[in-house]
Design a protein around this ligand. Structure first.
Ligand SMILES: NC(=O)c1ccc[n+]([C@@H]2O[C@H](COP(=O)([O-])OP(=O)(O)OC[C@H]3O[C@@H](n4cnc5c(N)ncnc54)[C@H](OP(=O)(O)O)[C@@H]3O)[C@@H](O)[C@H]2O)c1
Length: 318
């Protein structure tokens, strides 16, 4: 049995899931075609869960799903099409998902885009806020009936330590006033991911649905696809400043997601931020760990919820 009390930076998905039987669980992982999403889906399937992963490119999605079926022997793994940068795609996906499954136990909001040039989603939102937050906001809210039916169930929002870089600026969500900064935009979207977990947990905890936000660590994946040399230099300088800092392999990077999704010791907690397979402290100064208090404020989370409903043009009465 894994020594759960000693989980930390190097703990892997399979160590987190050792001794945990997911054969009755149905899981959904957004962004299952690369990086952490592939390993998250694989590890959940390896421990028995029925897993749907989402893909923008269905050829890629089918290939990953087939690979997981083969490596785990679990045939209950499939791929479905989803582009979070299109509200129409999110609505089509959730309709299709709910037509197939009325129950969901584990939802991992994993997909994300980082540090891209100034771009808009199909509906005109700044791309990082639109994809990382609004797409997941709409998707999760539309899946709540299945999460309630599957209760006890959990939602995990992939955030990032980059949330330290920016709170949500409600006066200039799309950077039309302050001028676009790709890192502030990423940070804002990752703070929104935490606030979403806080608001969702507050709404649903009495009915057995708990929500968590996660910083996975720093892992070499395709997330860096938009980074140029100047970005790399910035990152190196920041790493230098933080000191004692190590990359994680993907199996350790996905571990905090599956920890949040399954750890028995989190049963009576939610609306919290985790890193290195544990609950992170509130930390307003350090750049090396912890969660900023502005990301956990319930009043801000509720405000973001209302603003998000207005932006996607749909309100939710659960
Ligand atoms: N890697 C790190 O060091 C790190 C650190 C902190 C936080 N995170 C967070 O961890 C999560 C996973 O990141 P990763 O490192 O695994 O990144 P990755 O390798 O780039 O994978 C991202 C996944 O998201 C999908 N995706 C991107 N845009 C999408 C859209 N519009 N609609 C639907 N899916 C979309 C990608 O699909 P395609 O294959 O179609 O591109 C891919 O499957 C992200 O939320 C990221 O912010 C990562």
């Amino acid at each position: 049995m894994s020594d759960r009390a000693n989980f930390g930076h190097d703990t892997t998905t399979d160590q987190v899931l050792e001794g945990i039987d997911l054969t009755e669980a149905r899981a959904l992982v957004s962004g299952g075609t690369a990086g952490l999403g592939v390993e998250t889906a694989r590890s959940l399937a390896a421990h028995g869960a029925a897993v749907t992963l989402t893909a923008r490119d269905m050829d890629r999605g089918e290939t990953v799903a087939a690979g997981i079926r083969e490596s785990t022997g679990n045939q209950a793994v499939d791929a479905m099409e989803l582009d979070l940068a299109s509200l129409a795609s999110v609505r089509a996906f959730t309709d299709a998902y709910l037509a197939r499954h009325d129950t969901l136990n584990i939802l991992i909001n994993n997909a994300g885009v980082m540090g891209c040039p100034e771009l808009k989603t199909e509906d005109g939102f700044e791309l990082q806020f639109g994809t990382n937050h609004l797409g997941h906001f709409l998707m999760t809210s539309r899946l709540v009936p299945a999460l309630l039916k599957g209760a006890p169930s959990r939602v995990v929002a992939l955030s990032s330590r980059a949330h330290h870089m920016a709170p949500v600026n409600f006066d200039d969500l799309d950077f039309s006033a302050r001028g676009y900064n790709k890192w502030v935009a990423y940070g804002q979207s990752k703070t929104a991911n935490i606030l979403f977990a806080v608001a969702l947990d507050a709404r649903l905890k009495e009915r057995g649905v708990r929500a968590y936000a996660v910083h996975p660590g720093v892992i070499e994946t395709e997330l860096s696809r938009h980074m140029d040399e100047a970005d790399q230099a910035l990152l190196n300088a920041r790493a230098e400043q933080i000191g004692n800092w190590r990359l994680k392999p993907v199996a350790a990077g996905a571990a905090t997601s599956v920890y949040a999704a399954t750890a028995p010791e989190l049963e009576n907690q939610g609306g919290i931020y985790l890193e290195d397979c544990g609950v992170a402290p509130i930390e307003n100064e350090s750049t090396s760990h912890g969660v900023r208090d502005y990301a956990l404020e319930l009043s801000t989370a509720e405000h973001l919820w209302q603003v998000s409903e207005d932006l996607v043009g749909e309100s939710f009465s659960f």
